[in-house]
Design a binder for this molecule. Structure first.
Ligand code: AMP
Length: 121
């Protein structure tokens, strides 16, 4: 599968579409989900062109992989939902059709600010 440069997150990265930014560094961008499913719903995405987590782990550099992982914890801290600052949260990524992925650019969802319930409902 080829990366679709016209996906919505690619447009956000190119600043063709705005987002409510939470955090950014060389490798990562984080912003609020436009349609929050929980009290706090943030997204963390790599800046590189990766379709999903498997694509990322196959192709990304170690630096990018570390940066994305660390960004999840950084963003949770900024949002006060981490174990240290809050009461915890859920980080998840959907992969492909059966995984329920809608936007074909790797993204982690961070859900928190309330008890987010069972993992699969
Ligand atoms: P997924 O189903 O895992 O691919 O999730 C895609 C997520 O992207 C959904 O939660 C959408 O609400 C979110 N989304 C779509 N467009 C935007 C946008 N322009 N800004 C922020 N979040 C978006």
């Amino acid at each position: 599968m080829k990366y679709d440069k016209n996906n919505i997150f690619a447009k956000i990265l190119r600043k063709e579409i705005s987002c409510k930014k939470i955090f950014e560094n060389e490798h990562v961008l984080s912003f609020y989900d436009i349609n929050p499913q929980k009290k706090i719903h943030a997204l963390v995405i790599p800046k590189g062109e990766y379709i999903n987590l498997d694509d990322f782990n196959h192709k990304a550099s170690d630096q990018e992989i570390v940066a994305l992982n660390k960004a999840i914890t950084i963003v949770a801290g900024l949002l006060n939902i981490s174990i240290n600052k809050g009461k915890g949260y859920r980080a998840l990524t959907n992969l492909g059709e059966y995984g329920g992925q809608e936007v074909p650019h790797l993204h982690f969802h961070l859900f928190g600010g309330e008890n987010v319930g069972k993992m699969v409902e």
